[in-house]
Design a protein around this ligand. Sequence first.
Ligand SMILES: NC(=O)c1ccc[n+]([C@@H]2O[C@H](COP(=O)([O-])OP(=O)(O)OC[C@H]3O[C@@H](n4cnc5c(N)ncnc54)[C@H](O)[C@@H]3O)[C@@H](O)[C@H]2O)c1
Ligand SMILES: [Zn+2]
Length: 363
Amino acid sequence: MTSMATITVQGDRPYDVVVGHGAAQRISTVIDERAEKVAVLHAPGIDGIVEPVLRALRSRGLTTVQIELPDAEQAKTAAVLESCWRVLGDERFTRTDAIVSVGGGATTDAAGFVAASWLRGIDVVHIPTTTLAMVDAAIGGKTGINTDAGKNLVGAFHTPRAVLVDPGYAASLPSTDHVAGLAEVVKAGLIADTTILDILEADTADVLRPGSAALRDVVVRAIRVKAAVVSADLREVATSGPQREILNYGHTLGHAIERQQNYTWRHGDAVSVGMVFAAEVANAVDLLTGDEVGRHREILGSLGLPISYAGSDWPHLLDTMRIDKKARGSVVRLVLLDGIGNPVVQPAPAEPVLTAAFERLVP
Ligand SMILES: NC(=O)c1ccc[n+]([C@@H]2O[C@H](COP(=O)([O-])OP(=O)(O)OC[C@H]3O[C@@H](n4cnc5c(N)ncnc54)[C@H](O)[C@@H]3O)[C@@H](O)[C@H]2O)c1
Ligand SMILES: [Zn+2]
């Protein structure tokens, strides 16, 4: 077994993120000693990952209740929450019992919200199984579901008791999903830990390989970046320190693309295009050099992430970004880089600057 890395997320209730091959076996030691029952809420089709988790819990004498959630976004509905609450009620789950989530970001979001809402909050341990969930969704305590009003509008902050990350789980993911998750890893490199970029440039193929030490290394580093930001800004209210906003690098245009494409694009793919856009904007206002913009394109492109976008969509994208900003009741702010590794949050420059930056993305 290779060594484990432990990253502590600070806050009211500090917790550890344990990363390494076999990390999920720690499940038997991280559950509260007063717990008698554990509900394992998991994504479908990953029995090979779920079974050892159930065995480890049972070997500690815990009673396990297995709940298979619907796949992907279908897990994030009020109806699914209700069905989970019914099971927890039937099984008489108390405040000291716990929930374990095993799956991608949709699973950790839904299961986290079940844990946040049952008896006003019981323990949850996340075992993320997609690259995106490992470096992003499972870290930081945001949980939620989708409703007719929109995506992720209903939810709660609920700090997990622990997060157990085995980067090897990416082996069974379609490579397009693995690569899309790596967009958030590149983001962490661009906004904070530039060593991530060096590792990617040294051997892209190695990072793409699920069992590799290089992948584990960049996953640990990306988690450290997110952990540092959320440790400083637990509920997204910080007025100083590393604002959680910097995690939205590439996301302003990225979110607009996701909506424009009716959520048929992977989040990471949209964010990849969004980061190239942000780099072009930064170049236009003299924050990044042309070479630094080129570095964005080379790293993202070498992973197989999209770095261009059809030009005909621009008027709609601009509208969508404006609507998004209006909904938040503030001016459009963009996360830009003032040199790679140094994010600044600024009001967006005038429309012609944005349009010119976008035109440089048109294939
Ligand atoms: N809470 C947060 O801070 C936060 C941050 C980012 C994203 N999110 C949320 O995360 C979700 C996206 O997460 P995602 O990209 O992990 O998608 P996902 O959870 O929908 O998983 C993608 C697909 O991969 C399957 N899968 C999961 N693990 C697998 C494995 N090891 N092998 C094979 N298949 C596997 C899933 O069943 C699903 O079909 C969105 O709902 C998004 O809103 C939340
Ligand atoms: Zn994201």
